[in-house]
Design a protein. Structure first.
Length: 69
């Protein structure tokens, strides 16, 4: 259980910094191809780790039987 909590916190921190990077890149005038690649890599990371977070929450809820069937 503590593993899920630590992993959840780590992914939340990672998502926070990724979201800050996305906001920062949105305000910046992007002319370089490398900046565009980094921008889309950040979008991909944000989506991927958001889905991972939802999957971990699902596993935690199913293992704890929080949802009564």
């Amino acid at each position: 259980m503590i593993f899920y909590i630590l992993l959840f916190i780590a992914i939340l921190i990672y998502l926070f910094f990724t979201l800050n990077t996305i906001i920062w890149l949105k305000d910046k005038k992007i002319t370089n191809v490398n900046d565009k690649i980094i921008k889309y890599m950040n979008y991909f990371n944000f989506i991927l780790f958001s889905l991972l977070l939802v999957f971990l929450l699902y596993i935690y809820i199913v293992n704890k039987n929080i949802i009564i069937k």
